[in-house]
Ligand binder design. Structure first.
Ligand code: NAD
Length: 475
């Protein structure tokens, strides 16, 4: 069973005002799951009006009352995790185990923001004039327009909705048209938890038309986007025209630096499991592997053995450990990464090809001997292709790891505390995992630097991006 799709505007599910639509496909079978209606301009205007009304009412509630409702949504999401996971697996392809993990983690995120909204503290600043009280108060920024991609159909919308609502904002969210069901299920949890009409509105449509319409509206005061760098830059420009605040969580190309004093097998086990999660379609996926010469062979062997052991298949099947890619664009991209690598002397150690003719399956792939200027080493792979190369010295690997315009995530493995501190400081990245891949949790700031964007999605920083600070001098 998939789910009933629709637009959610002013507390009502509907099929839009005649804006057409598209079929949602199962990437494992390429068969249609359901028809998704698109919003017309008048539907978007209705969502804007509802969000404006919803904001006034939601802002007027106490942070405690808001928190109670948001917490209930988290409880419902946890209760419904199996059903939500099945929807995600069918529309996106990830395995049921991963999809359930995403649903449960999303519930944790929603719960964390439900609690953190109560701690949106201001401050009193000692005054140079004893008759004046200097106060900094926090206020919700206003109506939010959020845009989310297809790789995490529940988690990414959960971050944006929960943080907006915890801050006292209302939101219009345009989730991915390719994986709409996860967000529909999520919004139903908030609806059933008692979020009043207008506070959350969910729309779908032609992405460029929807974003242009919403961002240009004076009602919208904040933009939050997760997706590719080119689209992020475009939306940032649109936001700048209205001087609107923006959070941009864009792509990455995460280096993994494995020093010669790390345990090669243990490191390969940790990082290969992380690499092929969601078939590599993760913005913080490890994507460029630099391994110091002394342990390269052992690391490569173990990593390759692990890649070969992956069971590729429909995510709904129990024994599947990696599902299909989410759409045919990723299949084409993988083919082009592999062809480019081969043409530059790269060796495919395992995988390298599409698997079967039905469904968007691509083999878990390992490539060696690729030059640093090849496509796979410079463009975000967003798929199950792992280039593994060697390095000699600390300075050399730092230079190579920092050579791209991306700066989202980086990982490093070493048994030396001195090296750990030095490399943690040297890597140009919003997040660094040192002997760890646990860089995305509800309570910690998630975000990039350089072309990977700005603003944060988790932790107290993730709440602050939805709040204005107002200074009041009171005599
Ligand atoms: P894309 O750039 O066309 O789309 C990325 C996402 O942005 C999609 O969800 C899409 O619906 C949305 N989008 C596109 N144009 C938009 C617009 N004008 N306004 C609002 N939303 C818009 O690319 P794609 O083929 O879907 O994905 C390819 C690349 O995108 C990947 O290689 C990866 O680099 C990047 N990506 C990053 C993330 C992430 O989590 N940071 C997620 C998905 C995709």
């Amino acid at each position: 069973m998939y789910t009933q799709l629709g637009l959610y505007i002013d507390g009502k599910w509907n099929h839009g005002n005649g804006g057409g639509g598209e079929d949602v496909l199962n990437p494992a079978t390429q068969k249609p799951l359901a028809h998704l209606p698109h919003a017309t301009a008048s539907d978007l205007d209705a969502a804007l009006a509802a969000a404006e009304k919803g904001f006034k009412m939601w802002k007027a509630k106490s942070a405690y009352d808001r928190g109670r409702i948001i917490k209930k949504a988290a409880d419902l999401l946890r209760e419904r995790a199996d059903q939500v996971a099945a929807v995600m697996t069918q529309e996106q392809g990830k395995t049921l185990v991963e999809a359930k993990g995403e649903a449960v983690t999303s519930a944790d995120i929603v719960e964390w923001f439900a609690e953190e909204g109560r701690r949106a503290y201001g401050r009193i600043i000692p005054s140079r004039n004893p008759t004046v009280r200097q106060m900094v108060v926090t206020e919700p920024v206003g109506v939010v327009a959020a845009f989310t991609p297809w790789n995490f159909p529940v988690l990414t919308p959960a971050r944006k909705i929960a943080a907006s609502l915890a801050a006292g904002c209302s939101i219009i969210i345009k989730a991915s048209e390719e994986t709409p069901g996860g967000c529909v299920e999520l919004v139903k949890c908030f609806e059933d938890a008692g979020v009043p009409p207008g506070v959350i509105n969910l729309v779908f449509g032609v992405p460029s038309k929807v974003s242009e319409h919403l961002i240009a509206s004076p009602i919208v005061r904040k933009i939050s986007f997760t997706g590719s760098v080119p689209v992020g830059k475009h939306l940032a420009e649109l936001a700048a025209r209205g001087m609107k605040r923006a959070t941009m969580e864009l792509g990455g190309h995460s280096p993994v630096v494995v020093f010669g004093d790390a345990d090669p097998e243990k490191t390969a086990d940790t990082i290969s499991a992380f690499k092929y999660r969601n078939a590599g379609q993760v913005c913080i996926s490890p994507t460029r592997f630099y391994v110091q010469e002394g342990i390269y062979d052992r690391f490569l062997k173990r990593f390759t053995d692990n890649a070969k052991a992956i069971k590729l298949g429909d995510g709904m099947e129990k024994d599947t450990t990696m599902g299909p890619l989410a759409n045919p664009r990723r299949l084409d991209a993988m083919d082009s990464f592999v062809a480019d690598a081969k043409s530059r002397g790269g060796k495919v150690v395992t995988g390298g090809n599409r698997s079967g003719n039905q469904g968007y399956f691509f083999e878990p792939t390992v490539i060696t001997d690729v030059p640093d200027d090849s496509k796979i080493m410079t463009e975000e792979p967003f798929g199950p292709v792992a280039p593994i190369v060697t390095f000699k010295t600390f300075d050399e690997v730092v230079q190579r790891a920092n050579s791209l315009e991306f700066g989202l995530a980086a990982y490093t493995f070493t048994s030396s505390p001195k090296t750990a501190t030095a490399i943690g400081d040297a890597l140009q990245s919003g997040m660094v995992g040192v002997n760890s891949v646990a860089i995305s949790t509800p309570e910690t700031p998630f975000g990039g630097i350089k072309d990977s964007g700005y603003g944060h999605e988790g932790g107290i920083e993730g709440l602050e991006v939805y709040m204005n600070k107002k200074f009041i001098a009171q005599a």
